[in-house]
Design a protein around this ligand. Structure first.
Ligand code: ADP
Length: 487
């Protein structure tokens, strides 16, 4: 988690730095673009104005201040919104007007223009004036001041010179009050990026670059950030999933280690009990302390029974280890069922009788021979019978039943013992698993019996089922197909 968090933090920081530098670069480019556009406009304006001024100079030189000629000139020059001619004393020469406002404007233009000079831009009351001193026939030098018509300027000069600019950003010309004079395309939510002044021509206007709402570099960066976030969340999910899986695996391994150590303790104990019985009975016999032939026979029987129990136990453990190692082979041949059932139960005759079990064996008549490994199935059945005895309660009943049902041979072993809670039904077939209830606590076992039964059933293409409830006994059924499935 810590490395992931560090990667995320670094990723986040570098994305932000990248976003900032992308923005800076964009601004820089926009500034260059605006400056270039401003230069282009200035040049175009110069050309148009030079042409106009040349005509004005020609008219003045030829005809003096001739209102009709000047009106005619202006009629053919829509770019000029106002033309004022002012003499050296600041008096208005053209247009002739007695209005005080006009005379005041003339004076201010005169004052602002200062000494006679070449072409000059003046900003007066938010309006740009182009001023120039011209010589007039019959009069001295005259100050000519021209105010441009922004509409015409926008329509003819700006549109003409800027139309070919690339359209990734929007070029916008703003007047002295920040109003849009001309825009390359409708603004529609575009944001201003940078603006530059038109240096000498149009001093109060600015050339601005807007970024269209949809094509902002920020949107691209935001897309990247979103992508990064998604990738990061996916990484987190993978890490968390990995943690959960590892934790569960670890828990399973710990549980398995505990079960294995329990298994070793249980098996050792199971082996010790019959061994000590055999030893005790053997020693008694050896010392000749039993003069009575019937008692001696009884002792021999006990030794044989305990030896059989030992053999069963060891077979179970060996088989289990063969199964675990994938080395268990089954020799499946058609086998009569009844002898198998009876032989298996015969091995338990003594403990059954000794513990006062009521035994009911029902083998359906005319059972066909069923393909099976007789040793393996006998061992599975023995495990079921052993459990039925081991987990019995006061009502000692053992019912073994063999019949054909739904096209399967069903060997069932039922008891009236402690029973198994439904929640445990699935797990009791797992290796080493033993129900932890108090009823089964005192009874020794290794926890591999039922896993062996299930393995035998599945190796024959069959299965093992259980019906049981606490206090109501259990019925285990080994179900084998009547036709050979797989060896
Ligand atoms: P174990 O050596 O403990 O008997 P098994 O694999 O044979 O191992 O059985 C697993 C568990 O299933 C047992 O520990 C026991 O709790 C439960 N069990 C098996 N058979 C019976 C039964 N007939 N009655 C009640 N519980 C049983």
């Amino acid at each position: 988690m810590a490395p992931a968090a560090i990667v995320a933090a670094l990723g986040w920081i570098s994305l932000h730095q990248w976003e900032r530098s992308a923005e800076l670069l964009r601004r820089e480019q926009a500034r260059d673009m605006a400056a270039m556009a401003a230069d282009k406009v200035t040049m175009a304006l110069r050309v148009a104005e030079d042409r106009l001024l040349a005509r004005l100079q020609a008219t003045l030189a030829a005809r003096g201040i001739d209102a009709a000629a000047l009106d005619g000139l202006l009629a053919g020059a829509p770019l000029v919104r106002r033309l004022r001619l002012v003499d050296a004393s600041g008096a208005l020469l053209y247009p002739r007007s007695g209005a005080e406002a006009e005379r005041a404007l003339a004076r201010r233009l005169h004052d602002a223009a200062g000494a006679p000079a070449g072409r000059r831009e003046l900003a007066l009351d938010g309006e740009d004036w182009l001023t120039l001193t011209l010589s007039v026939r019959g009069a001295g030098p005259v100050l000519a001041a021209i105010a441009r018509d922004p509409d015409v300027l926008g329509r003819e000069v700006l549109a003409g010179s800027l139309a070919a600019s690339p359209a990734t950003s929007l070029l916008v010309v703003l007047d002295a009050r920040g109003r849009t004079v001309w825009a390359q395309a409708p603004l529609e939510g575009a944001e201003p990026l940078v603006s530059v002044a038109f240096r000498d021509a149009l001093p109060s206007w600015r050339m601005a670059v807007y970024q269209p709402a949809d094509d902002a570099p920020r949107a691209a960066v935001r897309r990247q950030v979103r992508l990064f976030m998604i990738a990061f969340v996916a990484l987190l999910v993978v890490i968390v999933a990995g943690l959960v899986v590892t934790w569960r695996l670890m828990r399973r391994e710990t549980e398995m280690a505990r079960l294995k150590s329990d298994f070793v303790a249980n098996v050792s104990h199971d082996l010790k009990t019959p061994l000590s019985v055999i030893r005790m009975f053997g020693e008694t016999l050896e010392m000749g302390r039993l003069p009575d032939e019937a008692r001696r026979r009884e002792y021999y029987r006990v030794i044989t029974r305990e030896a059989e129990r030992l053999t069963r136990l060891i077979d179970n453990v060996l088989d289990f280890s063969r199964i675990e190692g994938g080395r268990r082979r089954y020799d499946v041949v058609p086998t009569p069922v009844e002898p198998l059932v009876r032989e298996t139960l015969d091995a338990f005759a003594y403990p059954l009788a000794q513990q006062g079990f009521k035994v009911e064996i029902t083998v359906a008549p005319d059972l066909p021979e069923v393909p099976m490994d007789a040793d393996a199935v006998g061992q599975a059945l023995a495990n079921l019978v052993d459990n039925a005895i081991k987990y019995s309660a006061d009502d000692r009943v053992l019912a073994v039943d063999a019949r054909v049902q739904d096209g399967e041979l069903v060997l069932s072993v039922a008891d009236h013992g402690v029973g198994i809670p439904a929640a445990e039904h699935a797990r009791i077939f797992d290796k080493f698993y033993r129900v932890g209830a108090s009823e089964t606590q005192g009874r020794r076992g290794s926890g591999v019996g039922l896993s062996l039964v299930r393995h035998v059933a599945e190796a024959h293409g069959g299965r093992v089922t259980v019906e049981s409830a606490p206090g109501e006994g259990s019925r285990f059924a080994l179900r084998l197909p009547l036709e050979a499935a797989r060896a």
